[in-house]
Design a protein around this ligand. Structure first.
Ligand SMILES: CC(C)(COP(=O)(O)OP(=O)(O)OC[C@H]1O[C@@H](n2cnc3c(N)ncnc32)[C@H](O)[C@@H]1OP(=O)(O)O)[C@@H](O)C(=O)NCCC(=O)NCCS
Length: 274
């Protein structure tokens, strides 16, 4: 999905919409049968980040403390606080009351009495960007990556790409190979995250076409491949992103979640920013 696409376009069954800019102060309900993707520029959340710890659980705060650098800590806090805020809005509860657990392979899921309401979500972060996807009654996964030089690029391609993908990739002009590999990467990761298996999904068992973007083969336990949909996300310059979901094709809305210093700075029921 490209932000520059005109509203109402169509890609792989997903209705495209131009991005609106949304702040926590002006949050809106998600598409009732669709998926909302929220993009965060974490550099905009740099001030007063310690205050974002407020809605987090003790376990999350301890996890933040264990992160290597203050920057990683700040990013984790901002994304978790935003996730809790968005989930809380949908569930009609305070961000601090959102109960989260980790699935077998680590996928965060809703727990407690809210677990059966059908709200699903997934999160990805890369450098100073993050993406959060929320939907209902389906499986979804999201992945973003910063496009960067890869020292073992060809070896990575051989490890992650299925045989048909690898031949197409090798046939592509050298100048396109890096970005094409990253597009495969985020598509496969998004699929792995949608299933909850993460990296265990086996990337070479998933095959995708880049033009038009679609999944053409999935591991046997997830067939048919046609039940899975991909939507490419325009995250920022030098980033790639992809959403993967199953079930009927649906509207995917993309918005930026921003706390700008000039805007009112309060998470509903959450901390005020300095
Ligand atoms: C953990 C993993 C699910 C994603 O890791 P990642 O791409 O490095 O990081 P992302 O930021 O995109 O995703 C991490 C988030 O996904 C969620 N997550 C964790 N485990 C998950 C799972 N099994 N399924 C779905 N989501 C999961 C969490 O929300 C986590 O962030 P949080 O702990 O701060 O809440 C896993 O797939 C992994 O380790 N991938 C390695 C990447 C790789 O080698 N790729 C090569 C591709 S060619």
């Amino acid at each position: 999905m490209r932000r520059s696409e005109p509203s109402g376009g169509n890609l792989d069954g997903c209705t495209l919409h131009t991005v609106e800019r949304v702040t926590p102060e002006t949050g809106r309900p998600p598409a009732s049968h669709g998926i909302d993707v929220w993009l965060m520029d974490l550099s905009l959340f740099a001030d007063g980040l310690s205050l974002f710890a407020n809605p987090l659980s003790l376990e999350e705060r301890e996890r933040a403390e264990r992160l290597r650098t203050p920057l990683l800590r700040q990013r984790f806090l901002a994304v978790r606080a935003a996730l809790r805020w968005l989930l809380g809005l949908q569930l009609g509860i305070d961000p601090e009351d959102v109960a989260l657990v980790a699935g077998v392979h680590g996928k965060p899921l809703l727990a407690g009495s809210e677990a059966d309401r059908g709200l699903v979500f997934n999160v990805s972060h890369a450098a100073d960007r993050a993406a959060l996807a929320l939907g209902w009654n389906r499986s979804l996964g999201i992945d973003i990556e910063r496009i960067r030089p890869l020292r073992h690029r060809d070896a990575l391609a051989e490890r992650c790409l299925a045989a048909d993908e690898l031949s197409c990739w090798r046939a592509a002009p050298e100048a396109e190979r890096q970005s094409r590999l990253f597009r495969h990467w985020v598509g496969k990761e998004a699929f792995g995250k949608a299933t909850g298996l993460g990296i265990q999904a086996g990337f070479d068992a998933i095959s995708m076409d880049l033009e038009p973007l679609r999944i053409s083969a999935v591991p046997p336990r997830f067939v048919p491949a046609a039940a899975w949909h991909l939507a490419e996300l325009e995250v920022a310059a030098d980033y790639v992103g992809c959403l993967c979901y199953n079930g009927p094709p649906c509207e995917v809305r993309v918005a930026e979640l921003a706390l700008h210093p000039a805007l009112p700075k309060k998470f509903p029921n959450g901390p005020e920013m300095r």
